[in-house]
Structure formats: C-alpha cells, structure tokens
Ligand binder design. Sequence first.
Ligand SMILES: [Zn+2]
Ligand SMILES: [Zn+2]
Length: 238
Amino acid sequence: MEKEQYVCLVCGFNMVGFHPDRCPFCGAARKHFLTAAECSARFRVVSTPVNGKVTRLNSRPALGIEHAAYRIETGRGACWIDCPSCFDASLARADAIFFTHHHFLGASNLYRGHFKAAVHIHQRDSAHAICRPFTFDSTFEERFVHNGIEAFPIDGHTPGFTLYIFEDVLFICDYVFVGQGAMKYNPFGPADRTVAGGSRIGEILEGRALAKVCGYDYVADYADWKRLFDAGPTFGGY
Ligand SMILES: [Zn+2]
Ligand SMILES: [Zn+2]
C-alpha cells in the first residue's frame, strides 16, 4: 500500500492519499479512522454463495455502513459488482469491478492494483467529488453487456445509478430498502427522480424470469422481492 489511506469505521469510506479531520462521506471525526493496513489486520472479507456462480462478499466484523459486494463467475473471468470497504489480499482475483453507484467505492483502488482489475462506473457518478481520489478505468453512459452481465443505468438514487442482471440474478444494491413485509425507496437521494427511476426498473424487469435479488444488505428470492416492488415502494416516513 504505497499511498496514505484511511478507512472510516463509522461508514467504511476509504480516504485515499489524504487524512482529513472529518470523513468526507459521513462526517465522522478522525478518531474513528484506521489506516488501511490496520483495517486489513482487523477485518477480513467473507464469501457466501448465492448460487453456483454468484457469491456475496462482506467485511467481517461488519465495517461501517456494511454493504455487500458480489462476485460473479461469468465463464469468461470473474467480475465484482461493488466493492468491500476492507482490503483482503486473500480473495480470489477478479478481472473487473462494476459499480452500481458512488456510495460504496470501498477499497476499490487497492483491489484494482492487487488484481490488475478494470474498474467501471457510470460517467455521471464518476464526476462526484467523493470519487476524485479513486481511479476508474472506464466510465459508461448507456446500457451494455459485459461477459453476460447486463448493465442498466437508472438515474434516481444517484445520477449514475446502474443496476445489473446476470442470468437470473438482479443486483439492485440500495435502490430500495426491504424490511418487515414492506419496501421503501432509499431516502438518501432526490425523491422525484428516485421514484421515476423505480418506473424504469419496473420496465426493465417486465417479463423477466429471475430467481434472486442481491441487495446492499440482503439476498432475497425474486418472487418475494417483486411482490413488494409491484405493490409500490414508498418514499419518506423513515
Ligand atoms: Zn465515514
Ligand atoms: Zn446509495
């Protein structure tokens, strides 16, 4: 790890190349920061299978606003959707990291160097100030398919929010929150655009036979998830 790098224990954000007084993501004070090396010593990343080709990745113990990343064995190389906050050098290599949005960049700069992986994010999310210390190998604006992984830019929760579908698995990150038999839109974004993006998600999912949904803190059966989605997620009242 050549560059100075700190990890915020409150949210998991990695501060690359600088040591601010407050976390640029959540505002926590410096006393809550570890160096990336200390973080790697204290946390590891555990892999939990979702199906035969998809694996969930989580920091253990939970790190900050703990979020799941996912590994996909595409048949033409492994790819990640999003990235853990903790750098764990023991993880199997991935060729590429695709971001759903700029909220969970994790230790992607360290994995990028370690794996020699290419990092991809939507152009509009890459422009956010929080992304400046991170390297992206490519930015995209339109739908694309990479080794069977379909990418659908949605906008909404963030301007470049992108969902992914691989075979029968949907990767939706934190666009909606699921709990207690109800679904809510993520409130940390513009309400009108988030709800409008929800309509686009509905169109993309129309007629698709999916089996699983991989979210930022859950894996759900698609049928259960879709029932809640079709009932209409609410926005507000959190
Ligand atoms: Zn933070
Ligand atoms: Zn988010």
